[in-house]
Design a protein. Structure first.
Length: 216
């Protein structure tokens, strides 16, 4: 079950990926690794207009997507400005490569470390979660977030540590944080993302969200 609260411009793309082996036993191929660099000729290119559209999407609930809270796609662009992004695993590399070039933030979580029902909604005041192994937290007030049965676990800025992929991961859930202000970009992003994953023998299954709040 995957629910989405009403939102004026949100254009989500959601899918589950199943990998033929645990991620720790797989390597990103040369095609994928080349796209970890801004110098690569990619099917999509980001722009100032894309960045503005994404920031407007995140501002809708009152969140301020600037500084350390800028969208993950902007963080990747800055990180890759001097040298290619580090390879982590196939799931994360594909997410990072597509987000870097499309300009759309993407969440990728371990599907088996998260629990239904899933919901996308604006995080309430005074909510937060740990986003890295050292225990650092991000305040989520007013930010569009992915929730599972235990609480928020992903968003367009930083995903939660508790549901991140690891060497044993075999299934992931990806959420592309698109906006209607960038017509067609979410669809094009999803298509390229699928192709990169499928080139590693993975299978993808689109998820059709139900728009409306989850029933208690």
């Amino acid at each position: 079950m995957f629910f989405v609260d009403p939102h004026p411009v949100l254009e989500l793309r959601v899918f589950v990926t199943s990998f033929p082996q645990p991620l720790g036993e797989m390597n990103s191929n040369a095609e994928l690794q080349q796209f970890l660099s801004t110098a690569a000729v990619a099917p999509l290119q980001t722009s100032d207009g894309v960045r503005a559209g994404v920031r407007d999407l995140l501002r809708d609930g009152g969140f301020k997507p600037t500084g350390r809270s800028k969208p993950a796609s902007e963080y990747l662009l800055k990180a890759a400005s001097d040298r290619p992004l580090n390879s982590i695993n196939v799931a994360v590399d594909a997410c990072n490569a597509v987000s870097l070039h499309s300009g759309l933030p993407i969440s990728v979580i371990d599907r088996d470390r998260a629990h239904e029902p899933f919901r996308v909604a604006i995080a309430p005041d005074k909510s937060e979660y740990v986003f890295n192994p050292s225990g650092q937290s991000i305040r989520l007030d007013g930010l569009l977030c992915l929730f599972d049965a235990k609480g928020p676990c992903g968003n367009a800025v930083k995903d939660a540590q508790r549901t991140k992929t690891n060497a044993e991961t075999r299934r992931t859930l990806s959420v592309i944080w698109g906006t209607g202000a960038l017509s067609g970009r979410a669809t094009a992003t999803e298509e390229w993302y699928h192709a990169l994953l499928q080139s590693h023998g993975a299978t993808v299954r689109p998820v059709q969200p139900t728009w409306g709040t989850v029933q208690e």
